[in-house]
Design a protein. Structure first.
Length: 245
């Protein structure tokens, strides 16, 4: 089967389920995992600016898209010509069914189930001892955070944090002053590439708050990626608990 993936985390999941560059014939420029294995797969644009002509030239049997990551107009245009599976993952349960669906599509049900079991094990074994209010920032100028209807919110919740902006939806803009009531500020490594200089900027306003850069892939890449984050979450929680003692 000739498959094009329009979603970075799904490209990774397809490889994890046993597909190779022989079946995956198109990817976005953000599809970087598994490192090295994706290098020879043609790039068909970004997640939100697809090169439709390039996709057409590849004559896919199946295109896998995502409701949030891809642009509706472009996906609908592709649906007129090709078989397109549109995914939507907001919760861990949604992720379970995503992997189950991919397993069924590619006759890899056993591998998909093993990844699902591993993900539940990872989340069960990564639990903060005392609930803390966390602000998770994804963008700067303006600062943007995550609401309760996002995958990141659910991962935070699964490992014991309370989203400081759980009363908001999607990706709301906030000000520095809005962070006053939070216990810890997390700066995601993606989509905005937060660095230590950004930590220092916020420290000027909140010198006593723990402020840390976190791995955006661990919190936002659904599919199989979570199964590989067990040690990362354990280390993160240990670091957080040492900072708030």
């Amino acid at each position: 089967m000739n498959v094009i993936s329009l979603v970075p985390s799904i490209t990774e999941a397809l490889f994890d389920l046993g597909l190779t560059e022989n079946e995956i014939t198109g990817r976005t420029k953000f599809c970087i995992h598994p490192e090295g294995q994706v290098n020879n797969i043609p790039v068909i644009g970004g997640t939100k600016n697809l090169n439709l002509e390039k996709i057409r030239s590849l004559k896919p049997d199946l295109i896998i898209a995502n409701k949030e990551e891809n642009t509706k107009d472009q996906v609908e245009a592709l649906m007129e010509e090709f078989k397109v599976v549109v995914t939507h993952v907001e919760t861990v349960e949604d992720n379970y069914y995503l992997l189950k669906t991919l397993g069924n599509l590619f006759d890899q049900q056993e591998k998909a189930q093993l990844f699902n079991l591993k993900i539940y094990e990872v989340l069960e074994n990564a639990q903060i001892n005392s609930p803390l209010k966390a602000a998770y920032l994804i963008w700067k100028n303006p600062y943007m955070t995550i609401g309760s209807d996002t995958f990141i919110h659910h991962i935070l919740q699964e490992i014991g944090f309370e989203n400081s902006f759980k009363d908001r939806t999607r990706y709301p803009e906030i000000t520095v002053e809005d962070l006053v009531g939070t216990d810890i500020i997390m700066l995601s490594s993606e989509p905005f590439p937060f660095r230590e200089k950004h930590v220092e900027e916020l420290k000027a306003t909140y010198p006593d708050k723990p402020i840390m850069i976190v791995d955006g892939e661990a919190f936002s890449w659904y599919g199989t990626h979570l199964a590989k984050c067990g040690q990362y979450f354990k280390d993160l929680i240990a670091e957080v608990e040492s900072l708030v003692q």
